[in-house]
Design a protein around this ligand. Sequence first.
Ligand SMILES: [Zn+2]
Ligand SMILES: [Zn+2]
Length: 304
Amino acid sequence: MLPYATVEEAEAAIGRSLTAAETLWLNYSATKSDYFLYCHNIIFLFLIFSVFPFYYLFLEFFFKKSVGPYKIQPKVKLSFSDTIRCYKSVMRMFFLVVGPLQLVSYPSIKIIGVRTSLPLPSLGENLLQLGVYFIVEDYTNYWIHRLLHCKWGYEKIHKVHHEYTAPIGFAAPYAHWAEILILGIPSFLGPAMVPGHIITFWLWIALRQIEAIETHSGYDFPWTLTKYIPFYGGPDYHDYHHYVGGQSQSNFASVFTYCDYIYGTDKGYRYQKKVLQQLREGPKTNGVENGALSDHSAQGYKVD
Ligand SMILES: [Zn+2]
Ligand SMILES: [Zn+2]
């Protein structure tokens, strides 16, 4: 709840005129409790988990021919009913774990100092903080994910997320409840280190989930703007992690590629890229054996 009820009071408190965005924020949030504002995350996550994967489902069903060339594992076909089953599982987990986690994690948001007041952060401040959140989450998620690939972690927890060897957008949040709780920690670390405004926090949670849906979409579209982000992994990068499956010791990072490069866990992926490149150019070029080529291509990984 804001400590001022009118524009005049707010302007007197911050010593300047409010911007249009600040006036809008004041009108919306002045009488709402901080807890209520924080809980907006539940609505946002519900909408993101429901709407964004439908975009890919819509393209797959109505523009099959146009988007077909960009499907990463074209030979894998998931029926509509299987897709809906995945969505239902995600929603069950949403109401049993994700939603309640948001409801009870409010004190941590207060402790780390996420604010709801005016002035609103500038665009530059927003971008800088979001950049820090993504980098911090990516690094910590890399190590937790790598740990989840040890025998015990994989068998008991992470195996659920790997049920989809050719992931789809709906499968981005499809995971064991323990994994959802564990991976909540990296998401909070960035805001804990550099606390900002609740709008920045909303944006962070929303963008991270949209990014996860894109990387699990199963499509590598050339027109996605994320391709312009330096060291961004993207769908092809994470799809390989699912494609290799349980034995996967490759491509652990959630957003960027540099952790896997630094710690040498992208070698399988880079080798596979090299093989597919050579497959495009001709089977016997650059010393790659026919056997290796047919082994990869037989499993239906995108060549173009
Ligand atoms: Zn994994
Ligand atoms: Zn995944």
